[in-house]
Design a binder for this molecule. Structure first.
Ligand code: GLV
Ligand code: MN
Ligand code: MN
Length: 404
């Protein structure tokens, strides 16, 4: 069994629902804590020097003697999942990073730069609603003053979640995990079917579509489901339902993406007109202008409908990630010159810590590994072992090219 397969087997049960096969690896929960402990142990077993901050971001460093600490090369990804997520989104990049270090060592590679394998916490924003929270705090893209106000679905503040997980939160003595990092390469499972269609096991990312999460709060008037005449209702569910359809139509017409995947209803009773419906729009588009236009269009239609329904609408942007163009020279350098032919270069509609690090001025690239089902954020996400191993080889080769 390869190192990759052995590690994959170790983490497979962590946070997995026996009922659905989906993963529940929300940040600062016991499942995610077990994964972090596993990662630290795996780094220590390899003699990597482990650094972590008060949030739970961790890096294991391979620092051969004589390496310049000013010019560090980092790989890695995240270990948290969406609710009922798949096994590969995030962990594939972390486990492949460790396996790539093993492979480079087995081949006798001695890097001239420190090579780190990192884990960024709360990449999915599944608990606190802000995507890539760990890397955003690390790079300063989000400040602690903003983040400390975040609450999860149960009303728990971020600082309290950190304390419950045994983490101190940002501290004066926190190591700057990104100090001296000049290059980042994140390997990730592909979250669509492009590589399946192209017949390639591995690809390289060109960029990330801008995307965001917007909370739609619709207030109405709670009332009896039987005695309230249809024409007397102020029903926020109607406003919400029409907004969902409008978002879907707007995105189809413009070639963008719009999804309402989360909704909360108050009081959520079968025999009552609800008092309030809150839905979260996830919108993504090929340009910042197109994203703004899409959200504007959905908001306008929702407002018009709210007026007809006698409800009130408030829209709040909770997490917005700008357009990312990865370093084309770096992408080109990684994609070309292979015995088996060039790797395809593709854009993605999914968000990644790589986008945040790129925004912080670090030369960044991403490798994608073929996902046989093309499905992601679902237990059906799947990469075959030979493709995962091709990903490890591709990452080891990329890190070798960039460090020797
Ligand atoms: C993360 O995977 C996202 O794109 O939401
Ligand atoms: Mn994801
Ligand atoms: Mn991911």
């Amino acid at each position: 069994m390869t190192d990759f397969e052995a590690m994959w087997r170790e983490i497979a049960p962590l946070g997995r629902s026996a009922a659905t096969g989906g993963y529940l690896r929300q940040p600062w929960t016991s499942a995610e804590g077990e994964l972090r402990a596993w990662f630290v142990g795996a780094c220590e077993a390899r003699g990597l020097r482990v650094e972590s901050d008060g949030l739970g971001n961790v890096v294991g460093w391979w620092e051969p003697v004589g390496c310049s600490p000013e010019d560090r090369l980092l790989t890695g990804s995240h270990l948290d999942s969406v609710l009922e997520g798949g096994a590969y989104d995030g962990p594939l990049g972390v486990v492949s990073g460790l396996a790539a270090v093993d492979r480079m060592r087995a081949l006798g590679v001695v890097p001239r730069r420190p090579v780190g394998v990192g884990v960024f916490v709360e990449e999915e924003g599944s608990r606190f609603g802000l995507a890539c929270l760990g890397s955003r705090l690390l790079t300063g893209a989000t400040t602690w003053e903003t983040a400390r106000e975040l609450r999860d679905r149960d009303g728990v503040f971020l600082a309290d979640a950190l304390e419950a997980a045994g983490l101190p939160g940002p501290r004066a003595a926190d190591p700057d995990l990104l100090a001296g990092v000049t290059t980042f390469v994140e390997l990730h499972v592909e979250q669509g079917r492009a590589l399946v269609d192209l017949g390639h096991a591995v690809g390289v990312a060109s960029g990330i579509w801008p995307h965001g999460r917007y909370r739609f709060d619709v207030e109405g008037v709670a009332d009896h489901a039987g005695t309230t005449r249809m024409e007397d209702r102020r029903d926020p569910m109607l406003t919400y339902a029409m907004t969902v359809l409008a978002a879907n139509k707007a995105a189809r017409l413009s070639g963008d993406r719009a999804t309402f995947g989360r909704v909360e209803v108050l009081p959520n009773g079968t025999n009552a007109v609800p008092s309030r419906v809150t839905g979260w729009l996830d919108a993504r588009a090929s340009s910042a202008g197109a994203l703004e236009a899409l959200v504007e269009r959905v908001t306008t239609q929702a407002r018009e409908r709210a007026e007809r329904d006698g409800t009130t609408l408030t829209v709040t942007a909770e997490s917005v990630s700008g357009s990312v163009s990865f370093d084309p020279d770096l992408a080109g350098a990684l994609a070309t010159g292979h015995a088996g032919g060039d790797w395809p270069v593709l854009p993605t509609q999914a968000g990644h810590d790589a986008g945040v690090l790129s925004g912080a001025g670090i030369a960044t690239a991403m490798l994608f590994v073929r996902n046989l089902t093309g499905i992601s954020h679902s237990p059906a996400e799947h990469a075959e072992v030979p493709d995962c191993l091709a990903g490890v080889d591709a990452l080891a080769e990329s890190l070798t090219r960039l460090s020797t």
